[in-house]
Design a protein around this ligand. Structure first.
Ligand code: NAD
Length: 356
């Protein structure tokens, strides 16, 4: 892999490889952009096939974090760490303290957190060696209610955009996936008086839980979720669910959920939704509640302040819809324009000399 070429093309700042002989720790930290602040992004532990796969993954994920943080209005840049290994074999106190020491060596340019195969407990070990870690036990806690709260407000903004009102009693919803975030989202929609909520799931335990918890919610088979005649389709399970096959089935006028990487191909399927008049709430903007929540740990965590910020996803989504209309471009592209503009403006604003 031509790393420098790739870094230059996409504006990366730093790519750090690290290894610890005692614990077998092998990892890569990528810092994409720190214009707005320290690069924040979780540590993913994965049994990658080879080093190039791991490198490409950390590069892509770090860049995604830059846009996510910028669009969320946070003073954070984008970064990520990947660790190469089998989760059930490598994890230990020493392993994560080893990671903590490498995070510390970046001197605050990068802040880590939990991600796939790493937990708040692991971050507790990281914290023994560095302060540059969030998502710690006893602080901002489970990100899922925060993510679902932000998504709920993004759905409100989308309803206002499409129907001129966020009155849920007029609206119907199809939620795909009732895991951590889907469960909370269903609850928030019902609390807000949603006319009708359908859901789908593949996990029997989750199906049973939702049916017991919310008796008015109706289960549909996984393949039937796309074609339901509802106002909002909320993907809260997998990525790539908007693709050539599913777009044809969609009857919803809004796609807005918690899932990551909803569009199979960003440009192609973002444009197809736009052309079909289906309003798409960009995934990395609407699902930023968890990131906003954990960011507040860097300022001394205050739940009320964090949730006030999460509610602002409503305004972000509204701004992005305006950019989409003004530029006649699909909303995923509009979200990137919004994020890049914020980075560029803050960069230029700081160009004058101020003595501190
Ligand atoms: P989760 O694993 O708790 O829930 C996902 C649910 O989807 C599971 O119950 C699973 O059984 C179900 N599912 C899987 N395939 C399905 C299918 N084909 N049809 C129907 N249901 C299916 O995950 P989560 O934490 O709720 O996250 C959901 C999505 O949101 C993921 O894409 C995740 O990356 C994204 N996300 C989550 C957070 C967070 O705070 N948890 C933050 C940002 C983004």
């Amino acid at each position: 892999m031509k790393k420098f070429e790739y870094m230059e093309k996409h504006g990366y700042e730093q790519l750090v490889f690290f290894h610890d002989k005692t614990t077998g720790l092998r990892g890569i930290t990528c810092i994409h952009n720190t214009t707005l602040g320290p690069a924040l992004g979780g540590t993913r532990l994965w049994d990658y096939e080879n080093e190039d796969d791991a490198t490409l993954d950390v590069l892509r994920l770090a860049r995604g974090m830059t846009y996510k943080a910028a669009a969320a209005g946070l003073n954070l840049g984008g970064g990520k760490t990947v660790l190469i290994g089998k989760a059930d074999e490598v994890k230990s106190e020493a392993y994560f303290r080893g990671l903590g020491r490498y995070v510390q060596s970046l001197n605050g340019r990068y802040i880590t957190a939990e991600d796939v195969n790493t937990s708040t407990k692991d971050m507790g070990f990281v914290n023994m060696e560095t302060d540059h870690v969030v998502g710690l036990p006893g602080k901002s806690g489970n990100p899922s209610p925060a993510t679902a709260t932000g998504t709920f407000h993004g759905i409100r903004a989308s309803l206002v955009e499409k129907f001129g009102s966020d009155d849920m009693s007029e609206r119907t919803f199809a939620v795909q996936g009732a895991g951590q975030t889907g469960d909370f989202l269903i609850g928030y929609l019902l609390d807000a008086g949603a006319k009708k909520v359908y859901f789908t799931e593949i996990n029997e335990k989750h199906i049973k839980k939702i049916k017991e918890k919310y008796p008015s919610v109706e289960f549909v088979d996984p393949d039937d979720i796309y074609g339901l005649d509802v106002d909002v389709y909320a993907p809260c399970a997998l990525g790539a669910v908007i693709n050539d096959k599913t777009i044809k089935q969609l009857k919803a006028s809004i796609v807005a959920g918690t899932a990551n990487n909803v569009l199979e191909e960003e440009d192609k399927h973002g444009q197809k939704l736009f052309d079909a008049g289906i309003l798409y709430a960009p995934d990395f903007v609407i699902n930023a509640g968890g990131l906003i929540n954990v960011y507040h740990e860097t300022k001394g965590y205050n739940e009320e302040a964090a949730y006030r910020d999460i509610e602002r996803i409503y305004d972000r989504i509204t701004d992005i819809y305006k950019i989409s209309k003004d530029n006649n471009t699909h909303t995923q592209e509009a979200a990137k324009i919004f994020a890049k503009q914020r980075i560029e403006t803050i960069n230029q604003m700081r160009a004058n000399y101020i003595k501190r």
